[in-house]
Design a protein around this ligand. Sequence first.
Ligand code: HEC
Ligand code: HEC
Length: 393
Amino acid sequence: MEKRYSARALRRLAVALCLLWLPLPATVHAAGAEFSLKDYCPAGFQLNGEGCYLQSLYASYDSLQDSGVGGLKTGLPELRQGFSPRQIDLGRLLFFDPVLSGDHSMSCASCHDPNKGFSDGRALSVGSKGQLAKRSAPSLWNVGFLKRLFWDARASSLEEQMLGPLYDSHEMANTPEQLLTDLRASSAYRELFAQAFNGDSSIQLDQVYTAIAAFESSLISLNSRYDLYAHGYHEALNEAEIEGMNIFRSFVARCAECHTPPLFSHQQIAVIGTPEPNNRPLDPGVAAVTGDASQRGGFKVPSLRNIALTAPYMHSGRFATLREAAEFYTGGRGHAVPPGEKLSLHWHIWEPKLTGEELDRLVDFMGALTDESFMPQIPASVPSGLAPVVGVQ
Ligand code: HEC
Ligand code: HEC
């Protein structure tokens, strides 16, 4: 029969052994404190009562003041926060654990790889059985600020969103029953869920979803060189980047009207008419969800935070570089709309006739939105005993 010791008992044993000046047996070390959850908040957050709350200079800015397009001191939208340090840390372990997928081959980090801006570097994602997903994997940086999720905005919370990848046969292909059975079979997970949820070691689905949402909401990227500039340190951007920022915010390019700082998305739907890769039919986007024909080809405006890290671009991964993505906007209104389609293109999609140099400056500016200073730690091992999975295998 397998014997199990609690983490505390093992730690006591370890201390006792040390006091006796005996060498520490390797097994005790490995099985002991390996999976205790952190009691402190992730970088950027402060503990207030039981929960972690973001500390950001943006919180001191009034959204109404200077709220013109791209105003430097515009406040942030509301963040999902107040999760406990342990819930966030449990979510971190679950995020990298392939036990979440039906055949134990794939974790959330397979397609949302921290080394690739929490995206996967592919035009279209690939599921656990090699199936091609319909769209490109978005970055998860700052996802806790989003009111609507997925390219077509079909989910309105992180918890609702994750039911997609977990149970979709094109992605992790699991079932709620199997997920619970697998997690409950792990004594390490039972112990950690009890630590995160008031001593309850039963493991419930909503606790799984809460922990993952808690971790996702801790992925904050608001310390780029652009942010230093916005907070008043004007040397943080070089001349080319400042020029790019001015073009970005101008009434000619109009980028900031949709990609509005500080999130670089105003979280609305826009029909802009990006092209599909060869031979693929038009993706109806939001219209397929709402049935509203005027939203055909409409997508949620994506944030441009860490955008330099997440090529290729657009819902279809159609553009390999930021330069190509920027160039799309100068191609003329509706230039990529397939013949026979009539899309209700957004009125800010026009023909700004940007020069090659102006496009280069836009790319320079978007490069100044990179910040990974609050990168979470990728676990070396996960409680299921499987090897953690990061990136496409
Ligand atoms: C097979 C690859 C794959 C896996 C595994 C995967 N995702 Fe995704 N994820 C995607 C793709 C593709 C999209 C965009 C789908 C769409 O919009 O139709 C997406 C979208 C999202 C979004 C929406 C982001 C936004 O800006 O709207 C979140 C949040 C997310 N995934 C979290 C997760 C979590 C949490 C897990 C693990 C439970 C996970 N994903 C597993 C590929 C994947
Ligand atoms: C009318 C609103 C609107 C305006 C104006 C706009 N965008 Fe976009 N942008 C979008 C939408 C919507 C998408 C997603 C479209 C898709 O996937 O088909 C997008 C996607 C992008 C992407 C790819 C993001 C990703 O994660 O793949 C980049 C880069 C981008 N825009 C840059 C710009 C630049 C630079 C400008 C100004 C020249 C600009 N945008 C103007 C709405 C807009």
